[in-house]
Design a protein around this ligand. Structure first.
Ligand SMILES: Cc1cc2nc3c(=O)[nH]c(=O)nc-3n(C[C@H](O)[C@H](O)[C@H](O)COP(=O)(O)OP(=O)(O)OC[C@H]3O[C@@H](n4cnc5c(N)ncnc54)[C@H](O)[C@@H]3O)c2cc1C
Length: 378
């Protein structure tokens, strides 16, 4: 039976970052991954965007700290193509408050002149069926990374510090035993002092297998891809907040999508019926999209891992000795993983996260009458 100080459940970007930072501190770390290889869950399906344009302090800083780490990591292939938010009247006031907060925290975000942005980025501020766009904001440090590259690099570093990554090994159940946990997996028994739940969209299911109620739900998201386009296009990752439609360049193509709020629960495969409602709003705002062809085979789907307030659940589980959560990133885990790895190592080694106050993201918030809600969710 293998014994570990910390057994991380899930070898996505979050589990990998945590495993590396814990092993670096000299702890004996094991990672359990059900799939045949790491990064096969949401990490490998992400649109790979990183941005500081959030409305909650902790989200802004988690992303900002992570972007700074990715900048230094060749495997992250960080490309600051920027994020452009197109903001309708109904969101403008709260969006500007967000920009003020972002700037007060020292991150680079600017309000763009609407006419200049329109000329540069080619959108219709007034479009049929959509709320008019009142303003635009641009984050120049925002952009994209290679989530698979980051995940594999963290795991390489974790192994270098002695961690063991058990692929093809599904976490089945866990029972408290002798000051730690006895864990049953598809490949036999393990023992660990601490279990770290980094199981992404399956974090709720993993919790249930240990008798815990962790409010993380899967929500399927589609990423549609055009065929190669005949001439180069330069665009930032662009989000129309009036409809939730987003797109960005991907090599010689564009990828685009829009969240379907009704698509909650485990449901596999592409939902092609969602293409039409996506294109309808996309082409209304960006009529030039009509010129491009769809490439069905290059399109893909994956799960967001959603909590009731669209914020992650970080830190020790109250009342459950030796259980730590790093899950529920609600569709923005790639851009927060680097910071979360450091914070979870602090939480476990020092007894509490030190480099950032994560109280607003702790499990305890669900017992309070109101918790903060991140408004810039896409
Ligand atoms: C279409 C799409 C677009 C996205 N775009 C962005 C974006 O632009 N920017 C951004 O920051 N985020 C984005 N996200 C979200 C991001 O991908 C996730 O927040 C992030 O990957 C979460 O990482 P994770 O390691 O927690 O989860 P995962 O990568 O899903 O890893 C969890 C792992 O746990 C394993 N597991 C589950 N159950 C068990 C078990 N019982 N035993 C053992 N192993 C188990 C799974 O196999 C999986 O490998 C997007 C997600 C999707 C689907």
């Amino acid at each position: 039976m293998s014994r570990y100080d910390v057994l991380v459940i899930g070898a996505g970007i979050i589990g990998a970052a945590c495993a590396y930072r814990l092993a670096e501190q000299g702890l004996k770390v094991g990672v359990l991954e059900r799939a045949a290889a790491p990064a096969m869950g949401s990490t490998g399906k992400s649109a790979a965007g990183v941005r500081v344009q959030f409305t909650e302090t902790t989200n802004i800083l988690l992303s900002w700290y992570s972007i700074q780490e990715y900048r230094q990591m060749p495997e992250a292939a960080y490309r600051p193509i920027g994020y452009l938010f197109l903001v309708p009247d109904s969101h403008w006031k709260q969006h500007l408050e967000g920009v003020e907060l972002q700037r007060s925290l020292g991150v680079p975000v600017e309000v763009r002149d609407l006419e200049a942005a329109q000329e540069w980025f080619g959108f219709l501020p007034v479009a049929p069926g959509l709320e008019p766009i009142l303003g635009a904001t641009f984050g120049s440090a925002d952009g994209m990374v290679d989530p698979h590259g980051i995940c594999m690099e963290y795991l390489r570093r974790a192994r270098q510090h002695g961690a063991a990554v058990h692929t093809d090994t599904e976490f089945l159940t866990a029972e408290p035993k002798a000051g730690g946990w006895q864990v049953r997996t598809s490949r036999g028994l393990f023992q660990a002092t601490i279990l770290l739940n980094a199981a992404g969209a399956w974090a709720g299911e993993v919790g249930r297998r240990a008798g815990l109620d962790i409010p993380v739900q899967p929500a399927r998201r589609m990423v549609f891809s055009t065929a190669p386009i005949p001439y180069p296009t330069w665009h930032p990752l662009t989000i129309d907040l009036s409809s939730g439609f987003w797109f960005r360049p991907e090599h010689d193509r564009l990828i685009f999508g829009r969240s379907n709020p009704a698509d909650v629960g485990f449901c596999e495969g592409m939902d092609w019926s969602w293409l039409e409602p996506t294109l309808e709003v996309g082409m209304a705002r960006f009529p030039w999209l009509e010129r491009f062809q769809l490439d069905q085979k290059a399109s893909w789907w994956g799960y967001y891992e959603v909590t009731p307030d669209h914020n992650p659940i970080l830190g020790r589980m109250p009342g459950v000795e030796g259980w730590v959560n790093a899950c529920g990133f609600s569709g923005h885990g790639v851009q927060q993983a680097a910071a979360v790895g450091r914070l979870m190592a602090e939480e476990i080694v020092d007894g509490q996260a030190q480099s950032l106050n994560i109280d607003s993201l702790r499990f305890q918030r669900f017992a309070r009458a109101s918790s903060t809600v991140e408004k810039n969710i896409v």
